[in-house]
Structures are given as C-alpha cells and as structure tokens.
Ligand binder design. Structure first.
Ligand code: NAD
Ligand code: IPM
Ligand code: MN
Length: 353
C-alpha cells in the first residue's frame, strides 16, 4: 500500500529543513518496500500570502485523509499582528485533527555530551519524553479577550482530556523506565488540582509504574540540575510548551528535537519542536536534524517501519558524533552539507533485511 504523506513546509527555515528530510527519506527508503507519495500543501504564513488563510480548506482536507503529516515550521514577524496568523492556523490544525498528545523525546547521546552547555556529569544519560497536552488548556479556553485596558484567557480542562493524556504517558512509560512525573501547579490552580486527582486515579491502572507529582516551577529547575531523574513527563499544554523548549538546552540546540502528535484514531503529525527561526532563514544554516528525526518518528509510529527509523536515527547521530555540525552546535556545516553527510552515513548502515 502506497502511503500518502502530506508535507507542510511552511515558513522561514521550514522549506529548507523539509527538503533535507525528504531527501533523507528518499535515500533511506529507495531500496525498501516502503512506498509513499508526497502531497505538498500550503500552510502558515506562505498560505496566508497565497490564499488569505493560514489553514486553507484544501490543506485541512488533505491532512484529514493523510496516512501521516509532516510539518516543518510556520510563523514570522511579517504576519505577527495580522488578523490571520500562522500560529492560529497551527492551533486550528491541531484542534481540527484532535491531536491531543504531543510526544517530545529529549535525549542526549553520550557522543554529544560535550555539545551541551551543561556540565557533562549533569547531562550524561539524559533521556526523557515530554508528553504535552495539545488541544486544550489556556491555548483554547473560552472566554478569552483582549480589551483596551485589560485582557484575559481561560484555562479549562475536562476529566476526559486529562485522563486520555495521562493514559498515553503511562503507556509510553511501560516501554521505558516506568516512571511518570506529572507536572502541575496544584498549589495554586484549580485545573492542576483536578489534573493531580485524575493522575492519581489513572495510576492505579498501571501498578507496574511509579507516579510522582512536581510543581512546574520546581520541575523547570530540576530539568537543568538533575535531568536524568526524568523518564516520562506529562503536563498541560502551556507548561509542556515551555518545559520542552527548556529541555532543548540539554542537547545544546532546539535544532535536533523532533515531536509526534497523535489523536484518538486519526492521522498523526510529526514536526520539530522549534519554530521557523526567521533569524537564520534563507541562509542554508538551519540544523535539519530535528526534521529528519521527525521523519524517523513518523516511520516508527505511523508506519511501523522500525528498521528504517533506526537507520535514519543512527545516521544522524553518527554524523554529529563525527563533528559535522551546523552553526547552532558550533560547527560550520550548511543545511545541505549536513544533509549530504547524513545520506552518506545512511549508505554505510547495513541495509535492512
Ligand atoms: P524558534 O524556535 O523559531 O527559534 C528560536 C532560536 O532557535 C532561534 O535563535 C533560531 O535560530 C534557533 N533555531 C530554531 N530551530 C533551529 C534549527 N533547526 N537550526 C538552527 N537553529 C534553530 O523560535 P522563535 O524565534 O521564538 O519563533 C519564530 C517563529 O516561529 C514565531 O513566529 C513562532 O510563533 C513560530 N513557532 C512555530 C512553531 C511551529 O511551527 N511548530 C514552533 C515554535 C515557534
Ligand atoms: C510549539 C509552538 C506553538 C505552541 C506556537 C507556534 C503556537 O511554540 O509548537 O511549541 O505554542 O504550541
Ligand atoms: Mn513551543
């Protein structure tokens, strides 16, 4: 069966890293049984420019019927104060596809420990997953309004929304070190108090796993002082957004971190955790690894192509371990030369059987 992958290259460095990731996918899959088509769709600022909408109807329909979606990044100063913004399009897409579970793995390979701004003894062995709620909370709660002299947002969570995410976290933990850290602000927020109650109740169904609660301020501190104490972090939309960017400090750059977003039974979306990096767009200096690893996550999680995914991940880490790095990690490689080096490395990995 030929898989239909919808690709949303978006804005800024988006098209550059999407080209890289698709080149790697093509190289990795060419002599295998994995067959796919690339359905390119407009999304974000470039879609606003061409159609007036950040999430055009055709794009949404293509995504709804896709086998998987790859998104690079959207946004930029040009569209910041417009009525239609790329970010609103991104939130609308997440909501329309009900992509409630955003999985953001943060791992520091031993060979790359020296690239972290943190001391080696702190960062060595870091390997955790942030499970971020993506379709509710303060990002979507009503009422919300910006008036002249005041503005307000609403943080709202239902038991159903919390429960399905906590279950995802425990399911992921079962395939790992079986430890879940639920992050909240239950000393202040009502939503967090409900969150904690639901987490406690759901944990009883996973007696082989441990559950720990942490306040978000303390978790933010522990992420950089004791990152190896985490296995699976589960948290609400806003906290997850912030903590996952903080987590990117550990491997030394946002440019190597992929993510997957899942719904109950629709197509999944794979994207780097970073944005469109307008400061380096068009300069051929973006790190393509986050997008390439997003492709690997897609192969593993949507298509069960585990060997292909492993091959791509191994090639990325081997290339970086050799010191071939883009400027965000202190190197001089360009997006294109890094991509070529990863493809070369791919050709050295034994072909899958
Ligand atoms: P950003 O993630 O785009 O960039 C933050 C910093 O990290 C910048 O210095 C950038 O150069 C660097 N960086 C990010 N990705 C990199 C890569 N692959 N290689 C090398 N360096 C990289 O965050 P920002 O500057 O706060 O936001 C820029 C725009 O992106 C905004 O419009 C924002 O709303 C949007 N955004 C989009 C997404 C998304 O598409 N999912 C995510 C985050 C931010
Ligand atoms: C992310 C981004 C988005 C978010 C923005 C661009 C709406 O920061 O994917 O992490 O806040 O979720
Ligand atoms: Mn973010």
């Amino acid at each position: 069966m030929i898989k239909r992958i919808v690709t949303l290259a978006g804005d800024g460095i988006g098209p550059e890293i999407m080209d890289s990731a698709l080149a790697v996918l093509q190289a990795a899959s060419q002599e295998t049984d994995f067959d796919y088509t690339n359905d390119k769709q407009l999304f974000g600022g470039s879609a606003i420019d061409q159609t007036g909408y950040a999430l055009p109807k055709d794009t949404l329909e293509a995504c709804q019927s896709a086998d998987a979606i790859l998104l690079a990044a959207i946004g930029g100063p040009r569209w910041m104060n417009a009525q239609q913004t790329p970010e609103k399009g991104l939130l609308a897409l997440r909501k329309a596809l009900q992509l409630y579970a955003n999985i953001r793995p943060i791992k520091v390979a031993d060979s790359l420990v020296h690239l972290s701004p943190l001391k080696a003894e702190i960062v060595t062995g870091t390997d955790f997953v942030v499970v971020r709620e993506l379709t509710s909370g303060i990002y979507f709660g009503e009422p919300r309004e910006k008036r002249t002299t005041e503005a307000f947002d609403t943080n709202r969570y239902t038991v159903t929304e919390i429960e399905r995410l906590i279950r995802q976290a425990f399911t992921i933990a079962r395939g790992r070190k079986k430890h879940v850290t639920s992050v909240d602000k239950a000393n202040v927020l009502a939503t967090s108090q409900l969150w904690r109650e639901v987490a406690e109740r759901v944990a009883k169904d996973y007696p082989d796993c441990t559950l720990e609660h942490q306040y978000v301020d303390s978790a933010a501190m522990k992420l950089v002082t004791n990152p190896t104490s985490f296995d699976v972090i589960v948290t609400e939309n806003l906290f997850g957004d912030i903590l996952s960017d903080e987590g990117s400090v550990l491997p030394g750059t946002l440019g190597v971190l992929p993510s997957a977003s899942h719904s109950v039974n629709g197509s999944s979306l794979y994207e780097p955790i970073h944005g469109s990096a307008p400061d380096i767009a068009g300069q051929n200096r973006a790190n393509p690894v986050s997008m390439i690893l997003s492709v690997a996550m897609m192969l593993r999680q949507s298509f069960q192509e585990v060997a292909l995914a492993n091959q791509i991940e191994t090639a990325c880490y081997a290339t970086m371990a050799k010191g071939i790095l883009t400027p965000d990690l202190g190197g001089t490689a360009t997006t294109t030369s890094m991509t070529e080096a990863i493809i070369d490395e791919l050709n050295k990995v034994p072909t899958i059987v």
